[in-house]
Design a protein around this ligand. Structure first.
Ligand SMILES: [Zn+2]
Length: 318
C-alpha cells in the first residue's frame, strides 16, 4: 500500500516553503519560491502550484492526503488570508479556493495562521504529543501563539482567537505593527528585544557595551545572545526584562486556558536558560496559587527550519 503523506506550505514575508511530509513527521523533500513583493496573487498561486506539482510528480507513488497551508493572518474557517500586514496581498484572499482550482484531486486543502500551524506540528510531531492542553508561542519578528484546549486548537467565533502577542502589557507603551500601543510582541519578540537593547544603551549611555557599535537595523536577537554570553550587562538586562514581561503574559494565559505546558519556538529560544529562567520565575510569581509549580515552560521540539512546513502539513489530519 502506498505510504500516506501530506504537503505543508509555509507562506512567509520573504519566502514560501513547501514540502512533502510523511506520517512520522519526516520532511521527505522541500522546495522554496520567493513570496512576491507586489500584490499579484494569481501569479503567486500559479508559481506555488507548479512547484508543488513538480514535487508530487517526482514522488508519484505516495498516497497524498491533502495540502495544509500556514500563513500570517490565515483564517481556518474561511480558508482566507485577511489583511496580512507582512504580505503584499491586499484585502481578503480566498487562498484555499484558489488552490482547490489547481488541485481538484486533493482530498483536503486547509489553511490556518502560522502560529496555529506550529501548535499542530508540536502536537503531532513534537513535544506536545499526547497533550490535550498546551500553548505554543512563536517568537520571531512578532510573537504568535496557538492555544490547544481540550485537544482542539482554539479558533473562536471568527477564526482568529489566541493572539497573545497583542495583549497589552503596558498602557501607553511601544507602538505595535497592528497600530495599537504596549502590546506584548513589541517587547517579547526578536525585534522587541532589539528595541529594549537600544532603549537601555541610550538610557545608560552604555558606549562600552558590545551592542553599542552596530546600528539599530543591523542588530539581531542573536547579537544580544552573543553579547550576553560574554557577560555584557546591557544584553543580560535585555534577557531579564524580556523574560519578566513574557512570564507575566504567560501567567495571564495560564489563568485563562490552564495548559499542561507552554512551548517556546523561534530564534531567541536558542538562548536557553538566559531566556527560560527569567520567564519561569516571572510566570510563577504572577500565577494564582492553584496554578503554581504545575505548568512547564519548554523549548519546542520541532526543528527550526522544518517546523512551519511540518505544522502546516499536520493541518490535513485535523
Ligand atoms: Zn499589536
Amino acid at each position: 500500500m502506498a505510504a500516506k503523506v501530506s504537503i505543508g506550505v509555509d507562506i512567509g514575508g520573504t519566502n514560501t516553503e513547501f514540502g512533502i511530509v510523511d506520517g512520522d513527521g519526516k520532511v521527505i523533500e522541500r522546495a522554496m519560491i520567493t513570496t512576491p513583493k507586489k500584490d499579484n496573487i494569481n501569479q503567486f498561486i500559479d508559481d506555488l502550484s507548479t512547484g508543488i506539482k513538480r514535487l508530487v510528480s517526482k514522488y508519484s507513488d505516495f498516497d497524498y492526503q491533502g495540502i495544509g497551508v500556514g500563513a500570517p493572518d490565515g483564517n481556518f474557517y474561511k480558508g482566507t488570508i485577511e489583511h496580512a500586514s507582512n504580505l503584499p496581498f491586499q484585502g481578503v484572499i480566498p487562498f484555499v479556493s484558489l488552490l482547490k482550482e489547481r488541485f481538484p484531486e486533493m482530498k483536503k486543502i486547509a489553511l490556518t495562521n502560522d502560529a496555529n500551524a506550529a501548535a499542530l506540528g508540536e502536537m503531532l510531531y513534537g513535544g506536545a504529543k499526547g497533550m490535550k492542553n498546551f500553548i505554543m508561542i512563536t517568537i520571531g519578528t512578532g510573537l504568535g501563539s496557538g492555544f490547544v484546549v481540550n485537544g482542539e486548537l482554539m479558533y473562536g467565533s471568527d477564526g482568529f482567537a489566541g493572539e497573545l502577542g497583542h495583549v497589552t502589557v503596558t498602557s501607553e507603551g511601544r507602538e505595535c505593527g497592528c497600530g495599537q500601543f504596549g502590546h506584548l510582541e513589541t517587547y517579547c519578540s526578536a525585534t522587541g528585544m532589539v528595541r529594549t537593547a537600544f532603549e537601555l544603551l541610550s538610557h545608560h549611555n552604555a558606549t562600552e557595551s558590545l551592542l553599542a557599535n552596530k546600528s539599530f537595523n543591523q542588530t539581531t536577537s542573536k547579537d544580544i545572545f552573543d553579547a550576553a554570553k560574554k557577560g555584557d550587562e546591557i544584553a543580560l538586562t535585555v534577557f531579564e526584562i524580556t523574560g519578566d514581561i513574557l512570564g507575566q503574559a504567560l501567567a495571564d494565559a495560564v489563568h485563562i486556558s490552564s495548559p499542561e505546558a507552554i512551548f517556546l519556538f523561534g530564534g531567541p529560544v536558542a538562548s536557553g536558560e538566559l531566556l527560560f529562567k527569567p520567564v519561569r520565575e516571572s510566570m510563577e510569581s504572577h500565577l494564582m496559587p492553584m496554578f503554581r509549580g504545575k505548568v512547564k515552560v519548554l523549548p519546542s521540539r520541532l526543528r527550526q527550519g522544518e517546523a512551519a512546513i511540518l505544522g502546516a502539513s499536520a493541518l490535513v489530519y485535523k
